[in-house]
Design a protein around this ligand. Structure first.
Ligand SMILES: [Zn+2]
Ligand SMILES: [Zn+2]
Length: 420
């Protein structure tokens, strides 16, 4: 037997209702804000992620699925969604359509990590990108959109954290303050952080290692090092959040895993999820498009983890819409009844009824058993006698009641039953 690769799952059956609910809600709410999907390839040139995610990030260092194709190109399964959207924006010259440009995306992403709850090797993200606006009102729109999606999913136990990691003018000062703070403690940190000290010092603030956690509380906070421009931008954003009654908590240690963020960063965490509790994360990345070879174009976006959101839905016992079950099962008693049954199935499906018909050529007893297992609401029984008389028998599977209905009226009879 061939098994699925480690860190992947097969999604089917009753589990699907959660996926449909999240995906449908995401599409519905993003469209209300006029964001439409951009569908980019699942693999890209490796170079895109080296430049767009950052060579010193954990993703690029440890987690990418990189391979050479038969033509000798280095390709990588996308480990995140933003760099591909930006690549597509530049490559298709979408700036010609005017700014801002707004995109959403939804699909699988791939990271080689130790599989655990809420962290798979193939997992799924939805996200949006708002390209072209440097203003805090754009940050607000993206954050509010994220909140609206969670509210539409009927989630409650989440919290919004907002930070600001500065810009290329003020971040060096913050970095220096961090270095001064951590320098004397360097020997006490985990080995990863000892390396990050030189390459990616911001990440010391969100290291999960027990050795490093105690030092995080008193570390310098980003807010104390912002330049005038960053500070103004931040205050403006907070004034919108307050004006619209969006509750949030400030976090001066909020840094994100990717290199490209500037100014606003935010995370939405769900209280039921333990260590992997971020369900949506995002921020502003004013330098990314330039990094990828385009013109300087300020942008902001977020990504949400669908698996984690589904866990949160289950933990909060949110009722999600059930998948439509088989509504009518057509039991076929004879070969001559089959064509009539196929036609009737078609007519009912055309009117929106979920119909299944015998495909196994079973006897009536086994057909009834199967219909019961499907959870069919009604079974129609069609054989030679029925067709000769022009009267069909319909059985209500819940009550066990059988009635006879004239062949001419059967479609209307069934459609009306489901309109009740
Ligand atoms: Zn700044
Ligand atoms: Zn550490």
């Amino acid at each position: 037997m061939i098994s699925k690769p480690k860190g992947t799952v097969d999604i089917f059956g009753d589990e699907l209702k959660y996926w449909y609910f999240v995906e449908d809600t995401f599409r519905r709410i993003t469209q209300l804000y006029n964001y439409y999907e951009i569908r980019t390839p699942v693999f890209e040139a490796t170079e895109l992620f080296l430049r767009g995610v950052g060579e010193e990030t954990d993703i690029v260092q440890k987690q990418m699925y990189t391979f050479e194709d038969k033509g000798g190109r280095s390709l990588t399964l996308r480990p995140e969604g933003t760099a591909p959207v930006m690549r597509a924006y530049i490559e298709n010259s979408l700036v010609k359509n005017g700014l801002p440009q707004k995109f959403s995306y939804l699909g699988p992403v791939f990271r080689y990590e130790k599989p655990q709850a809420g962290r798979m090797r193939q997992f799924h993200q939805f996200g949006v990108e708002l390209i072209g606006s440097p203003h805090a009102v754009a940050d607000f729109e993206v954050i509010k959109l994220a909140i609206d999606i969670l509210d539409a999913l009927n989630l409650h136990d989440y919290k919004l954290y907002i930070g600001n990691i500065g810009c290329k003018n003020c971040r060096p000062k913050f970095r220096k303050a961090l270095k001064d703070y951590y320098q004397p403690k360097l020997d006490l940190l985990c080995s990863d952080c000892q390396k990050r000290f030189d390459t990616n010092i911001l990440r010391l603030l969100d290291c999960k290692d027990e050795k490093c956690k105690p030092f995080q509380k008193d570390a310098p906070k980003t807010f104390d090092y912002l330049c005038e421009d960053c500070k103004e931008h931040f205050d403006e954003l907070l004034s919108y959040l307050e004006g619209l009654n969006v509750s949030y908590e400030l976090d001066g240690h909020l840094v994100r895993g990717l290199d490209y963020y500037t100014k606003t960063v935010f995370e939405i965490k769900h209280s039921s999820l333990g260590a992997q509790d971020t369900i949506i994360g995002g921020g502003r990345y004013d330098g990314l498009i330039e990094e990828l070879g385009g013109k300087v174009t300020p942008s902001i976006g977020f990504a949400g983890g669908i698996e984690r959101i589904i866990l949160a839905l289950k933990n909060e016992n949110v009722t999600v819409p059930e998948l439509k079950k088989c509504q009518v099962y057509i039991a076929v008693l004879s070969e001559s009844a089959r064509i009539f049954s196929l036609k009737l199935s078609q007519n009912l499906r055309d009117r929106g009824i979920v119909v299944e018909m015998d495909l196994m050529k079973r006897n009536i007893r086994n057909q009834m058993k199967y219909a019961d297992r499907l959870g069919a609401k009604y079974v129609l029984i069609i054989g030679d006698d029925e067709l000769e008389k022009g009267v069909l028998t319909i059985r209500d599977m819940e009550t066990g009641q059988q009635v006879e209905v004239d062949e001419k009226w059967i479609e209307n009879y069934i459609v009306e039953k489901f309109e009740e």
